[in-house]
Structures are given as structure tokens and as C-alpha cells.
Write a protein that binds this ligand. Structure first.
Ligand code: AMP
Ligand code: GLY
Length: 421
């Protein structure tokens, strides 16, 4: 089959790599793609949010399956447009995608259908948000309703910090993502975990889990980012976490989607906090995580493209997806100044020799005259597999050293504590 991957980050590079390796895949395309996807398929110079142009090109190119990478594509209704043009799409339409694109929609969905989530109040103005603070203990998370590229959540250590954030959002600057709506919610304690599930409109099947490192600096210091590294499978949570999460989270979600008449086709990313009382949903995303995808896809066994197509067709024929018992660790290399700034860099070597079991995935970039120009921010993810997380981790950092030697002139930064026990 001919498969299009929509998006241009390291997540899409990883998806396109695993799709291209699938026996059922004959050709892989990416829009807009990056330096990595260009090395194994054809990049289309079409933005990931332009449903109209993408639909036309998919028809011309006889695409059998389109896989939506970023949340912006889903929220822009690319899935709706492609389906209307007769294309099979892995990724929800805009309506079901509100589980990610509106935190208030997601919160109400969870409250309605008995999915464990943090207690929260909705506010539409500064006054109402300040009143809502009184309904909670000291620690709260303040969340902008809409998509804000990782900038829409502030976990406030105390009431003063929460007030300062709200005053800033409603005052001089704006509520991130636009709009006036915020959630004020109780702060959860526990271990964070990204759990993935495939949804084919009728069934929901667990699809691996990973731990993501969101803060920019070692020991979880510095600002929130899109994610600086990840590892899979997770540690530090009960061994039966998948069956517990199925019963408490995934099954109520599936019943809720059915009751609401939402046909969700794709992957649901459940951002969980594993608390003393078990899993609680922090957020839903309507797509694979970045960098979680980079550590999940090397562990998936079987024909990945065929699996995605069966989900997209509403015909997932298995209750379990097999993952390798090997662990995978991924480390993100970013331009210094990320996340505040994304400084473009140019002239990087596309092929750096990496140690065994390592693989690198490019972030937003283009291949020009045999060299890579990157937009800056998260430039690439290096991953490695190993028998245990420790082995994978040691190899991944060997890969980082090889890349640091090759790209020494560019001042790339990374965390040194990804997947450390
Ligand atoms: P989000 O953008 O929703 O992924 O939130 C970003 C990060 O904020 C999450 O990964 C958590 O680390 C943290 N966070 C969000 N909500 C809460 C909460 N209710 N309690 C504690 N931490 C939270
Ligand atoms: N790594 C977090 C995300 O993809 O949203």
C-alpha cells in the first residue's frame, strides 16, 4: 500500500521509518516531512494543516492510508477532509479530536463517563478563575482550554503563583492558545506515564506505554517543553498497570465515546498520573506522543502499516499488540535556548555513524544539497534498544556522544538523566 504520514517532526520520522519497513507498505510519503522522511520516501511541500491540498494530492497519488501525526492536523479537520475525499485515515476527525484540542471538553467527557481525573472548575474570566482557586488546596494546575503547543499548563506551587499566572494570562498577555477559558484543577501527586491505546470505533486496545521527560533541565528543572526524552516500557508502577488502566480508564472511555456517538479512529494517548489510588487522567492527546513514538515504534512487532490500516478501517482484529521485550530509550537534542527560542541551524551532516542498536530521527528540517537545515528547537531524537532500560540508556548516550562529536559546532543541548533509575 501507499502510505502518507502527515507532519514533519521526529515522531513522523519514526512512524515513517516503521511504516516503510512493513511488508504491506510499497511506498511512503510525508507532508511536509523532514530530512529523515526524505531519505526513504517522497516529501510533499504541503503544510500538515492544509486539508484541502492534502486531500487533492492523496487522490492524485492514490494514497491507501494517511496517518495523522500532529494535533494541529487533527484540530484543523484534516481527517474530516481526507475522509470526505475517500481516503482511509488513521487519526480522529475534528469532533472526536476535541479530547485533545479542548481541555474543557475532555474534562466534561471524563466527568460524564466516570473516567478518573483531577477535580476541576471551569472559568471564563479572571474573577471567576480567582474564585475557583478558593475551591482547591494550595497546589493547583492552571490550564488554558485550547491547543497551546505545550505552553498552556502551569503547575503552581502555591496560591500566589497561581494568582500571578492568571493575572498574566488575563492581563498584559493572553490566555495561551487564544480564548478566555481556563481550567483550575487539583494538583496530583504520583508517577507520570503516557499510555497509548488503539481505537477502531468499536474497540479499544492498549498499545504500549512510555515515560516522557517534559522539563528542559536535568532533575526536572527549567521550563516545560514538548518532551526532552522518553523510555519504554515504564518502570516504577505496578506490573499489572495495563490491566488496571484498561478497566479504570480505557473501557469507560470507549463506552463514553460510543454513548456520545463519537467514532474515534486512531491512537488515544492517555497522560496518566499513577497516584496512591491508581491511575488518574491528566490529559488526553489524540495522536502519538513526541518523543514517545520514537521509543514505542522500535518495539512494535509485526506489520505496523497493516495494523494502522486495520484501525483506520474500523477493523482492528486483535486484542493485543505484540511489543518486543527489549527496552528503548530516546534522547532529544535541542538547540540551546529551547523552548524559549528556536534558532535555525544549517549544514548538518545527514548520516552520522551511530553505535549498534541506535537510530536517529530528525525533527523539523529539510535536506538541501546533501546537508540538513533544521528549524531549531528539538533538532533530533537518538534512540537505542537494549535488553533492559539500563542497556538501552547506555547505548543511547553513546549515540548522543557520537552526534555531539559530529555536530560539536552547533551547541546542541540535551538532558543527561533520561531513564536514569
Ligand atoms: P499537559 O500539557 O496537560 O500535558 O500538562 C503538562 C504537564 O503538567 C503534565 O505532563 C504534568 O506534568 C503537569 N500537570 C498537568 N496537570 C497536572 C495536575 N493536575 N497535577 C499535577 N501535574 C499536572
Ligand atoms: N511528549 C508529549 C506530547 O507529545 O504531547
Amino acid at each position: 500500500m501507499r502510505v502518507l504520514v502527515v507532519g514533519g517532526g521526529a515522531r513522523e520520522d519514526a512512524l515513517s521509518w516503521r511504516i516503510a519497513e512493513s511488508p504491506s507498505c510499497d511506498a511512503v510519503f510525508a507532508a511536509p516531512g523532514n530530512a529523515g522522511t526524505a531519505s526513504r520516501g517522497v516529501n510533499w511541500a504541503i503544510p500538515a494543516t492544509d486539508g484541502k491540498l492534502l486531500a487533492r494530492r492523496c487522490v492524485e497519488e492514490r494514497i491507501d492510508l494517511a496517518v495523522l501525526g500532529p494535533e494541529t492536523s487533527i484540530a484543523a479537520g484534516v481527517g474530516d477532509r481526507l475522509r470526505a475525499a475517500g481516503i482511509t485515515v488513521f487519526g480522529p476527525d475534528r469532533s472526536a479530536g476535541r479530547l485533545e484540542s479542548s481541555k474543557i471538553f475532555a474534562k466534561r467527557f471524563m466527568q460524564r463517563h466516570g473516567v478518573p481525573t483531577a477535580r476541576a472548575s471551569v472559568a471564563h474570566s479572571l474573577e471567576a478563575a480567582l474564585r475557583a482557586l478558593d475551591e482547591h488546596d494550595d497546589g493547583v494546575a492552571i490550564k488554558a482550554d485550547g491547543l497551546a503547543g505545550g505552553k498552556g499548563v502551569v503547575v503552581a506551587r502555591d496560591r500566589e503563583a497561581a494568582k500571578a499566572t492568571l493575572a498574566q494570562w488575563y492581563g498584559a498577555s493572553r490566555v495561551p492558545g487564544g480564548g478566555n477559558d481556563v481550567l483550575v484543577e487539583e494538583r496530583l501527586e504520583g508517577q507520570e506515564l503516557s499510555l497509548f491505546a488503539l481505537c477502531d470505533g468499536e474497540r479499544i486496545v492498549p498499545f504500549g506505554a512510555a515515560c516522557d521527560y517534559k522539563r528542559a533541565g536535568d532533575a526536572d528543572t527549567g521550563p516545560n517543553t514538548g518532551g526532552m526524552g522518553a523510555y519504554s516500557p515504564p518502570r516504577g508502577i505496578p506490573e499489572d498497570f495495563v490491566s488496571v488502566a484498561c478497566e479504570r480508564i480505557l473501557e469507560p472511555v470507549q463506552r463514553g465515546l460510543a454513548a456520545d456517538g463519537e467514532r474515534y479512529l486512531g491512537v488515544l494517548y492517555c497522560g496518566l498520573m499513577w497516584t496512591q489510588d491508581g491511575p488518574v487522567v491528566i490529559e488526553f492527546n489524540a495522536r502519538f506522543g513526541d518523543p514517545e513514538a520514537q521509543v514505542l515504534v522500535p518495539r512494535i512487532e509485526g506489520d505496523f502499516a497493516a495494523l494502522l490500516r486495520s484501525v483506520a478501517n474500523g477493523k482492528l482484529e486483535t486484542d493485543t499488540v505484540t511489543f518486543s521485550s527489549r527496552a528503548c530509550v530516546g534522547i532529544v537534542l535541542a538547540t540551546s535556548g529551547y523552548p524559549a527560542a528556536a534558532t535555525p541551524i544549517s549544514g548538518l551532516t545527514p548520516n552520522v555513524a551511530l553505535p549498534d542498536a541506535c537510530r536517529m530521527f530528525w525533527g523539523s528540517s529539510i535536506l538541501r544539497n546533501g546537508a540538513v537545515d533544521a528549524s531549531g528547537g528539538r533538532v533530533l531524537t537518538v534512540t537505542a534498544t537494549g535488553e533492559e532500560v539500563e542497556h538501552a540508556r547506555a547505548r543511547a548516550y553513546e549515540g548522543v556522544r557520537a552526534l555531539s562529536a559530529a555536530f560539536g559546532a552547533y551547541d546542541l543541548s540535551y538532558r543527561t538523566d533520561i531513564a536514569r533509575v
